[in-house]
Design a protein around this ligand. Structure first.
Ligand code: DOR
Ligand code: ZN
Length: 442
């Protein structure tokens, strides 16, 4: 199989590239400049100037739900939304029902995902109920996720040291949702129940806990930072402690593009945690993208039923689906000269692969890497219409937005899972657990 067109290789756009793919291993076996094909070759021709062949996008933070929450989303609709959105690998959060914090519960998810996924996925484990189970768990997960409640209760028990140790020895990520529950104020108006101070305080605590407990190199990742204050603290931390531990962080499109005035329009619909902050915070985080002051972009794809969103603020579920809008939102910024295509690839493909220790396999177009590619059409224009989402969550904070740039083809390890507005649903089950894939070295 050969893909030919304008491709993004080693931080550079190359025109007239032929990418040779071995369909058995799903890997790239050769890359040549020029279009020299044999009559017998199977070719995907995207040589028109509007297309770009990119390393497949990777999302470090999504909620695919399933199990008792399958009415919100399941592994097929969630990874289908990813495929349509141009994303080849998604990392799935543990706050499900039942929660992914025991071996038995993890097995439920491992099996469900195996039979339904269309794109590759990683699974996170929550705060473990029993650390003795961890040795059976590590081969199936990409990391641990800690929620605000965990940080200020669970951590005191010193179990965190054990988890962190396991993580460090098994190349697993420690991901934190940073908002300090001690500073929440449920009586405040929409959005102000959790402020930037709460986020700042949580990050400060996480850093102190990490420093006190760890003598070895460990990686922590703060997900979906939403404020200028938090960014400042993380930049300072990175400088100060770079030889003690590695800290990375990500931002979401909604924390860059939406501010807290949206709550006046429809508070329940825009409800999300961390909360939307000020226009100033939006702009500071956007500036961070320009300055290479963040490591990754994530969606925090958090689907709920429409009925769970159309409620008064205090009763509405927090979060939005993001997988089917993220790439177009970013490409629209590229088309407006507000962002480079290079940085989109860095934050949503190359860096996430590096953070997951999958460098060389994902996040690059190179010999030996998986042929997991996203081909985008830079010119396609469309209007967000959540009704048409593959995701079960038929609402969007970006409803009605006019976007330019769209995923055109998504390939996962040599197989097309989405092409020209068509989802290849018959490939359900093709998506693999990246951790298990890495173990079965080909
Ligand atoms: O907005 C959010 N939605 N924030 C969270 O912390 C959880 C998530 C969800 O699972 O719906
Ligand atoms: Zn989340």
């Amino acid at each position: 199989l050969i893909v030919q067109g304008i491709a993004y290789i080693n931080n550079t756009l190359f025109e007239r590239v032929s990418i040779f793919i071995d369909e058995d291993s799903g890997k790239i076996i050769d890359i040549k400049v020029g279009y020299n094909i044999q009559a017998s070759d199977k070719v995907i021709d995207v040589t028109k100037n509007r297309y770009r062949i990119l390393p497949g996008f990777i999302d470090l933070h999504v909620h695919l739900r399933d199990l008792a929450y399958s009415y919100k989303e399941d592994y097929y609709t969630g990874t289908g939304a990813a495929a349509k959105g141009g994303i080849v690998l998604v990392c799935d959060m543990p706050n499900t029902k039942p929660p992914t914090n025991t071996l038995d519960n993890l097995k439920l998810k491992v099996n469900k995902a195996r039979s339904k996924a269309l794109v590759d996925y990683g699974l996170y484990y929550g705060s473990p109920k029993d650390t003795r189970e961890l040795k059976y768990v590590t081969n199936h997960i990409v990391g641990f996720k800690f929620y605000p409640e965990d940080i200020f209760t669970y951590f005191d028990k010193n179990v965190f040291g054990e988890v962190a140790n396991k993580a460090a020895n098994n190349d697993l990520l420690l991901v934190f949702h940073a908002e300090d529950p001690r500073l929440f104020n449920q009586r405040a108006p929409p959005g102000l129940e959790r402020t930037d101070i709460a986020e700042y305080s949580a990050i400060d605590n996480i850093i102190n806990i990490t420093r006190n407990l760890l003598r070895h190199k460990v990686k922590i990742h703060i997900t979906h930072i939403s404020s200028a204050k938090s960014l400042q603290l993380l930049l300072k931390t990175k400088k100060q402690y770079y030889n003690e531990f590695e800290v990375t962080w990500d931002v979401t499109p909604h924390h860059i593009l939406l501010d807290n005035t949206m709550y006046r329009i429809n508070a329940g619909l825009y409800k999300v945690y961390p909360t939307l902050k000020t226009r100033y915070d939006n702009m500071r985080l956007y500036l961070a993208l320009l300055n290479n002051e963040v490591d990754a972009i994530t969606t925090d794809h958090a689907p709920h039923s429409l009925n769970e969103k159309m409620r008064p603020y205090n009763e509405a579920c927090p979060g939005y689906p993001g997988l089917e809008t993220v790439v177009s939102l970013l490409l629209t910024m590229v088309n407006k000269d507000l962002l480079s295509l290079e940085s989109v690839v860095r934050y949503y493909s190359y860096n996430p692969a590096r953070i997951l220790n999958l460098k060389g396999l994902y996040g690059v177009i190179s010999k030996g890497a998986y042929a997991s590619l996203t081909i985008v059409d830079l010119k396609a224009e469309w209007k967000v219409k959540a009704e048409d989402f593959v995701s079960k969550a038929k609402y969007s904070p970006f409803e009605g937005w006019s976007l330019q740039g769209k995923p055109y083809l998504t390939m996962v390890r040599g197989k097309i899972v989405f092409h020209d507005n068509m989802l290849y649903g018959e490939l359900r089950g093709w998506g693999k657990n990246v951790r298990e894939l890495a173990k079965t070295k080909s």
